[in-house]
Each structure stands twice: as C-alpha cells, then as structure tokens.
Ligand binder design. Structure first.
Ligand SMILES: [Mg+2]
Length: 296
C-alpha cells in the first residue's frame, strides 16, 4: 500500500518508515503538516499516518483539510498520539480520523491496524466503483464524468488551459433494439464503449451520458487533438460490425466536438456546443465528426 507518513520527530519518523517498508508498503515520509498537505495533493495516498502534534499544520488540521477535499479515492487517516497526550479522541474523530496509534508503537499492533485499514479501503473502493461506473459498459456513469468535467473546467479556468468534450451518439441505435432485440443492443453498447476506450489517450476520459450517448473529455491541446480523437473513435466503430451472439451488427457513430479555452466553468455550455455539432453531424448523414465553432 502507498503510505504517506507525517511526523516531526526524526527518530519516530525513521522507525515508522522502516517498519512500514519491512511490512511491504511504499512509504513517503515528510516532517510536517505543510509538506504532508503538498505531498497528499500531488499523489494519491490511500493511507496517511500523521502525528497529532506538529508545527505549522498539526495532524487535526491536516485531517480536516483532507476531508474538505473529496477526491476520487478515500484516504484512511491514522493519527499518532503520545501516551501523555491530552488530545481527545473525539476531537480526532470529528476531524475525520479513522484510527489512532499511541507512540511508542507496537509493531504487531501496527500491522493489525493496517490490515483493518486495507479492509476498509477495499470496501470503499468497491462501493466507489459501483457508484461511479455504468454497470453495462464498465465506463464511468454520467455523474462521474460530469463531476470530473466540472473539476477540470475549474482547473482549466485557473490555469488557462483547454478542455474539449466529445459527444458520441450511436447511429440508429433504436433499429438495433427493434431488429435484434435489447440483449443485442446491450452487446453493441458494450462493444462500442470498449472500442472508444481503446481510442483514448492517457488523459482522456469517457462516460456513458445516457442511453446510446457517450461523453469523452480531452485535456490540453488546442481542440485539434480532440477532433483527431473523435475521428479515431468514428473509424473504430465503423471499422467492422459488432460480432454479437445475435449475428454481425453493423454500427456507426456521430460525434460533436467542442473546446473550452479556460474562459468558462460552465459544463452545460460546453456540452450544448458539442450537442449542436452532433446535431449537424446527424443531419449531414451521420457516421461523421462535426466541430463546434462556438467560442466557449
Ligand atoms: Mg510531534
């Protein structure tokens, strides 16, 4: 497990780091709350072990800051307390701590606490996946892709970077359901999501927006990369029919692309621009990409 440890006492920090490494964990050790906050924001740490008493930002504050920033992954927080500490556990729990370890620590007890942490994190991850993914296709659901887009738009407007959205709508999907039945339609949706996923690059994300409609986000660039991505998706869907249990089903997709230039944080505006482009693609005969000329 990837563990972040924040402890201002050098001996204790080294001892914790060595023990955790011996237990097979990957450890990043920092010496105060400020450094911990920076490290936590940069990397995804499922587990933070933080001393309670530290200069600048103490363990409680750090805990509150982390809880105030709901990320995609839950961070399990263990606070370190001294035997003579007057700190109240209730205060720590209110700040969002999950567990407490008293210094000096016992190695077996630490290992046992970590097993509990792993159990809780595993459960949390499973629930998180269920809540953010579309059951049929396995890609993100509408809520998850929209939350991601919103977050990236806010970041884009702070940093002045581009974000493109692609709305992809399978052509004549109702005909598939009517001709081959709904189970065949499900297979087509699964295969379409799989092919779209393969066309993505590292920072692109995809979610199922509704019925046969998918939303893809592409960060950075100037919009032309998003257009190229949309073309790749279009090609990969039309390339060969979907080989379903109900026979080979030919499929095409229409796509609308819109790019935001860091001016607006309005996801709705960007999506409606992409929707307009999609509408043009449909009107122009489907199985193609159209790009919005609207400045968003
Ligand atoms: Mg301390």
């Amino acid at each position: 497990m990837k563990i972040l440890i924040a402890e201002d006492d050098t001996t204790s920090r080294l001892l914790f780091s060595a023990t955790l490494r011996k237990l097979g964990h990957t450890v990043t050790a920092v010496e105060d709350g400020h450094e911990a906050w920076k490290a936590w924001q940069q990397g995804e740490y499922p587990l933070l072990i933080s001393d309670w008493m530290m200069p600048n930002i103490d363990g409680l504050q750090l805990c509150r800051m982390i809880r105030g920033e709901p990320g995609l992954q839950y961070t399990y927080v263990i606070l370190l307390t001294s035997l003579d500490s007057k700190g109240s556990y209730l205060e720590g729990m209110d700040a969002g701590a999950d567990d407490f370890i008293t210094k000096p620590f016992d190695e077996e007890q630490l290992a046992a606490r970590l097993r509990v942490a792993e159990r809780i994190l595993g459960l949390h991850n499973r629930l998180h996946i269920q809540a953010t993914h579309d059951h049929l296709t396995g890609v993100w659901n509408r809520g998850a892709i929209m939350a991601y887009l919103q977050k990236e738009l806010e970041r884009g407007s702070r940093q002045g970077t581009c974000i493109s959205v692609i709305v992809a709508d399978l052509d004549h999907f109702k005909r598939v359901n009517d001709t081959y039945g709904h189970p065949a339609g499900d297979e087509v949706l699964q295969e379409a999501a799989r092919r779209m996923g393969l066309a993505l690059r590292g920072y692109d994300r995809i979610g199922r927006y509704g019925g046969e409609e998918f939303l893809i986000t592409a960060l950075g660039g100037d919009g032309s990369q998003a257009e190229a991505l949309a073309e790749r998706v279009c090609c990969s869907i039309r390339a060969e029919p979907v080989n379903s249990r109900f026979g080979k089903i030919p499929m095409t997709v229409s796509l609308g692309v819109a790019t935001g230039y860091g001016q607006s944080e309005d996801a709705g505006m960007l999506i409606s621009a992409a929707d307009e482009a999609l509408y043009r693609a449909k009107k122009a005969g489907r199985n193609r990409v159209e790009t919005s000329t609207r400045k968003v």
